[in-house]
Write a protein that binds this ligand. Structure first.
Ligand code: CP
Length: 307
C-alpha cells in the first residue's frame, strides 16, 4: 500500500479532513481507547527551526498513543552541521522510525524529505510556505467553537506574506462553502498574489484592507499573526512593521459578542495579555486542540484502523 504524506493540507481531501477532525473529537472524548494504538511505533521529530508547540505536541501525542519518539531540535548538533543533505538525513532516519515530522526554514524541504524515504512525512512548517498540522488544529478550533466550517467570515491580520499558517488555512477554507476573507496587513506584508489568484479562481469573496478597526465588526473569526523577525532581511523593516496591529480590549469591544480570536502562537505583542481573559480568546484552546488532532493525523498516516 502506498505511503501517505502531509506536505500541504490539500494532500487530504475535504472528506479526509472532516474524518480526521471527527477522529480528534473521539480521541478527546475517550483518550484511553487510543492509549496503545501506536505501541512499538516511533515518531522522528526533525526540527531544523525553533518550535515549542508543534514539536512538543507531536511528541506528546505520540507518547499518549503508546509510541516512542526520537529526533532533534537543533540540527547543528547532528551531521547536518557536516553538510549532510535533507535527502540523506531522511533516508537514514527512515531506518530508525515509522513516521517523520520535519520543520525546515526552506520552502519545499518537506516535499524533498517526503520523496527521499519510504515512511510517511509530515510537514511541520517549511519556511513561509505551509504548516498543515497547524491548519488541522485551526479547523478543529473553528469547528468546535463555531459549530461549522462553511459560511465563516474570517479576518487574517498581520504578516500575510510570510505567514505559513495563514497560507495553509486559506487553502483549507477555500474548499468549504461561502467562506468570506478579510486580509488585513501592512502594504509590505500583503498576501502573495498567487494565493489571491487562487481565492478568486475558487470564487471566494475577499477584501484587502489596512484597517483592523474597520474589519473587526464584520468577523466570525479573527486570526492574528506575528510579524516574523526571522523572515526579514532588514531589521529596520521589522522594527517599523512589528507593531502595526496590536489587539487590545478597546479594539475587541467593537467585535461581535460571538467572534473568536485565534493565533497560531507564539505571540510577541500583537495581542495584549489583557485580552486573554476575554471569553472570545481561543488561542490557548488551539494549542490544546493541536495535540488531539496530531494524534488523529499520526494514526491516519500510519493507517491505523478503528475497531
Ligand atoms: N504554531 C507554531 O507553529 O508554533 P511553534 O513555532 O512553537 O511550533
Amino acid at each position: 500500500m502506498a505511503k501517505r504524506d502531509l506536505i500541504n493540507i490539500t494532500d487530504l481531501s475535504t472528506e479526509e479532513v472532516d474524518e480526521m477532525l471527527d477522529l480528534a473529537d473521539r480521541i478527546t472524548a475517550e483518550p484511553e481507547k487510543y492509549q496503545d494504538a501506536c505501541a512499538h511505533k516511533k515518531l522522528a521529530t526533525l526540527f531544523y527551526e525553533p518550535s515549542t508547540r508543534t514539536r512538543l505536541s507531536f511528541e506528546s501525542a505520540m507518547y499518549k498513543l503508546g509510541g516512542n519518539v526520537i529526533g532533534f531540535s537543533d540540527a547543528n548538533s547532528t551531521s547536518v552541521s557536516k553538510g549532510e543533505s535533507v535527502h540523506d538525513t531522511m533516508k537514514v532516519i527512515s531506518c530508525f522510525a515509522d513516521i517523520i515530522a520535519v520543520r525546515h526554514p526552506k520552502e519545499g524541504a518537506a516535499y524533498v524529505a517526503a520523496h527521499s524515504c519510504d515512511i510517511p512525512v509530515i510537514n511541520a512548517g517549511d519556511g513561509s510556505h505551509f504548516h498543515p498540522s497547524q491548519t488541522l488544529a485551526d479547523l478543529l478550533t473553528i469547528r468546535r467553537e463555531k459549530g461549522r466550517l462553511d459560511s465563516i467570515k474570517i479576518g487574517f491580520c498581520g504578516d500575510l506574506k510570510f505567514g505559513r499558517t495563514v497560507h495553509s488555512l486559506i487553502d483549507a477554507l477555500l474548499r468549504y462553502e461561502n467562506v468570506e476573507f478579510w486580509l488585513i496587513s501592512p502594504e509590505e506584508l500583503t498576501l502573495p498574489g498567487y494565493i489571491k489568484e487562487k481565492m478568486t479562481g475558487a470564487g471566494a469573496v475577499w477584501h484587502e484592507t489596512r484597517s483592523l478597526e474597520d474589519s473587526i465588526p464584520e468577523l466570525d473569526v479573527l486570526y492574528m499573526t506575528r510579524v516574523q523577525k526571522e523572515r526579514f532581511f532588514n531589521e529596520e523593516d521589522y522594527i517599523r512593521l512589528k507593531n502595526t496591529y496590536v489587539l487590545d480590549r478597546e479594539k475587541l469591544s467593537a467585535a461581535p459578542e460571538d467572534m473568536i480570536v485565534m493565533h497560531p502562537l507564539p505571540r510577541v505583542n500583537e495581542i495584549e495579555v489583557s485580552v486573554d481573559d476575554d471569553p472570545r480568546a481561543k488561542y490557548f484552546e488551539q494549542v490544546k486542540n493541536g495535540k488531539d488532532v496530531r494524534k488523529a493525523l499520526i494514526l491516519t498516516l500510519l493507517k491505523w484502523k478503528e475497531d
